[in-house]
Design a protein around this ligand. Structure first.
Ligand SMILES: Cc1ncc(C[n+]2csc(CCOP(=O)(O)OP(=O)(O)O)c2C)c(N)n1
Ligand SMILES: [Mg+2]
Length: 660
């Protein structure tokens, strides 16, 4: 056999550089780069290999400030690249690798590929314990990296070099499979990384991973089409899967042809342009008036590419029609079957095209052999269409009104800030956010034109995702304008990748909304009957002994400036306009600090979120909140058992008798 002698680190570098993905005839590098923070666990292994071979094979190394952040950056890159490419991340043993854990879970929750090369303790155990080794008294092979197992979609500890021959193809298969993807972890002992082996040369030949578009089962398509034809108030819920599969055009064509309203989740927003006549805006706990109205009365919900999280279902209260039925179109069977749905396990784009064709065909036969109406399905009835148009019109007017600046002299309301920023950067810039009050407000108020222009991580809603995601998106599409919205709380948690943006010359705008604390949770806290407690950024008061003293002032402008950013303060409307202009002209990362009034909040539009309130309490406020909670929870529905009487409906045409 033709072999080449390389260390495990060198073999990994050569292998990763040779991996490609292909979809719809477009081929691209699967792993175009590596994020790294070195320590003794990887500096002599993978670090040596990246230095010696990285340039030769065109696998550049990016040096982050925080391991969690580099995994966020990789996940954001993958999301912006429709999951067709991602970064590898190498971290040292112990704390370095453990720091990747949070973002690994975030990637898996959001169904985004990231390849984590976590360094591990000596396989040969000549040194035991090595610095930073977790010593388990009973299980000698346990390390901190075992904590990745529940959050990873694939995990392999490579004790011997030749194990890579089995592990690498599995890792690539999971990374490039749209249904299985998530965090892939290779735990690499410090000694093994530097160990040499005679590898078959074929391992390093270019290899292309075809990203599959599984077709739907014809029987399921026919049944779903017959359900749609029979529905009088159907609605489509568009999730992230619509975006990743590039199904925007198929969705628009389908919705237009049959006059089907479309509502969006956080990951699906942007699948249709905001001003598309069938786009009724967001649905669920953070939904708008139009989206939640059609959802409430829908008798058929076609859920496409969505995980149907509690925010989408408004904690199981969004869909109130007594006979509501669900069709789940999803590449992952796990998601397609949620809410007792008729499952179409398929690629979103091809699944929609199949449904489109089935509905358009004349004389479609309904499931179970019952003939449907003999003519082609023209779409929903005119009364429903008129209702859709009215709802859309009213919702657009509400958004205009919420964004309108009422207090130009400041402090601005968050909604006003969003309107001003959106107007300045347009609807094609990428907006990024993840946690706090902003995801809900952006979902309602931000206007995006295309699927990549809205990037809010709301699967894990991980504080600290925001700025690293700016790096990831900028690396994925350097020419597109990027605006990162970040709260003061998230900024204080993870701001250090500003230094990386400076080092890499990545210019984007960070809008830091300073409302002096964790105001989302502060609002929630008061809604569940608890008073203000440990959420605002306040000093400990000497007499109350609580954190209700004066606000702790933080000079965010000087802080950002100290890291090398262009830093600006925008106290009012005119100031924000000026700062946005300066930031957009800037060749380096810019931070605009905007103080806002936390009490001028965006209202809810019939959206509810289940946050259980204390069942007993000495506080009247808590007891009142509990009563309100119990009242609201009565609207929760159990969808998974199926609509009432559904078992008797359309059974199969022919049933085989059970064997006797
Ligand atoms: C890593 C992490 N820890 C805790 C939370 C829970 N949490 C959600 S929002 C929030 C406060 C965010 O504060 P800030 O960034 O200032 O945004 P604001 O709520 O004020 O809009 C917290 C603590 C989280 N989402 N992520
Ligand atoms: Mg805040």
């Amino acid at each position: 056999m033709d072999t080449i002698r390389l260390t495990v680190g060198q073999a990994l570098v050569r292998f990763l550089a040779a991996q490609w993905t292909e979809r719809d005839g477009v081929r691209r590098r699967a792993i175009p780069g590596v994020w790294a923070i070195f320590g003794h666990g990887n500096v002599a292994g993978l670090g040596q290999a990246l230095e010696e071979l990285g340039d030769e094979v065109n696998l550049p190394t990016y040096r982050a400030q925080n391991e969690q952040a580099m995994v966020h950056a990789a996940a954001a890159y993958a999301r912006h690249a429709d999951r067709l490419a991602t970064f590898a991340c190498t971290a040292s043993i112990g704390p370095g690798s453990a720091n990747m854990l949070t973002a690994a879970a975030g990637a898996t929750v959001n169904r985004l590929p990231v390849l984590l090369l976590a360094s591990d303790l000596f396989a040969n155990r000549r040194v035991d314990p090595v610095l930073q080794q977790l010593e388990h008294p009973l299980e000698h092979d346990v390390s901190v990296n075992d904590a990745f197992r529940p959050v990873a979609r694939f995990f392999a500890r490579v004790h011997r070099p030749e194990q890579l021959l089995a592990a690498l193809p599995e890792a690539m298969r999971v990374l490039t499979d749209p249904a299985e993807t998530g965090a892939v972890v290779l735990a690499l002992p410090e000694d093994v990384q530097a160990e040499a082996y005679d590898w078959p040369r074929a391992l390093f030949a270019p290899r292309t991973w075809r990203v599959r578009r599984p077709p739907p089962e014809p029987g399921a398509v026919a049944e779903a089409a017959s359900w749609l034809r029979g529905a009088s108030r159907p609605v489509i819920v568009a999730g992230g899967g619509v975006v990743y599969s590039g199904a925007g055009r198929a969705l628009a064509a389908f919705a237009e042809r049959f006059s089907l309203p479309v509502v969006a989740t956080q990951a699906g927003k942007g699948a249709l342009p905001w001003d598309h006549p069938m786009n009724l805006g967001p649905v669920g706990a953070n939904g708008g008036s139009a989206g939640n109205a059609v959802a409430r009365d829908a008798d058929l919900v076609l859920a496409v590419g969505t995980r149907l999280s509690d925010f989408t279902t408004a904690s199981m209260t969004a869909f109130q029609h007594p006979q509501v039925r669900f069709v789940g179109l999803n590449v992952a069977a796990f998601d397609a079957h949620k809410l007792g749905a008729l499952a179409l396990v398929a690629d979103a784009r091809d699944g929609l095209a199949a449904l489109h064709a089935a509905l358009a065909a004349a004389g479609t036969t309904a499931a179970g052999g019952a003939p449907a109406a003999g003519t082609a399905f023209a779409g929903t009835c005119s009364a429903y269409r008129a209702e859709i148009a009215d709802l859309k019109h009213a919702w657009d007017a509400t958004v205009d009104d919420l964004r309108r600046v009422r207090q130009p002299d400041g402090p601005l309301a968050q909604a006003e800030v969003m309107g001003l920023v959106n107007d300045a950067v347009g609807d094609e810039a990428v907006v990024i956010n993840a946690a706090g009050t902003m995801p809900g407000d952006l979902l309602k108020l931000w206007r995006s034109r295309d699927p990549r222009s809205y990037h809010v991580e709301y699967g894990f809603s991980c504080m600290g995702y925001e700025i690293p995601a700016g790096l990831g998106v900028k690396l994925a599409e350097p020419t597109r304008e990027v605006v990162v919205f970040i709260g003061d709380g998230s900024y204080l948690m993870l701001n250090s990748e500003i230094v990386t943006a400076v080092a890499e010359g990545l210019a984007f705008t960070i809008v830091l909304v300073d409302n002096q604390g964790f105001q989302s949770i502060h609002g929630l806290q008061r809604a569940v009957g608890v008073g203000s407690f440990a959420n605002e950024r306040r000093a400990r008061d000497a007499s109350s002994r609580r954190l209700d003293g004066p606000v702790v002032r933080v000079d965010f402008v000087r802080h950002a400036e100290a890291m090398g950013a262009l830093a600006l303060y925008a106290a009012d409307e005119a100031g924000l306009r000026r700062a946005l202009e300066a930031a957009r002209q800037s060749q380096r990362v810019a931070v605009i600090v905007v103080p806002t009034d936390p009490e001028r909040r965006v209202p809810a539009f019939d959206g509810w979120w289940d946050v259980p309130v204390a069942e007993v309490s000495g506080s009247g406020g808590v007891r009142e909140a509990r009563d309100a909670y119990e009242g609201a929870a009565r609207r929760q529905r159990e969808y998974r058992a199926g609509p009432p009487g559904s078992a008797a409906a359309a059974g199969p045409a022919h049933e085989e008798e059970a064997g006797t």
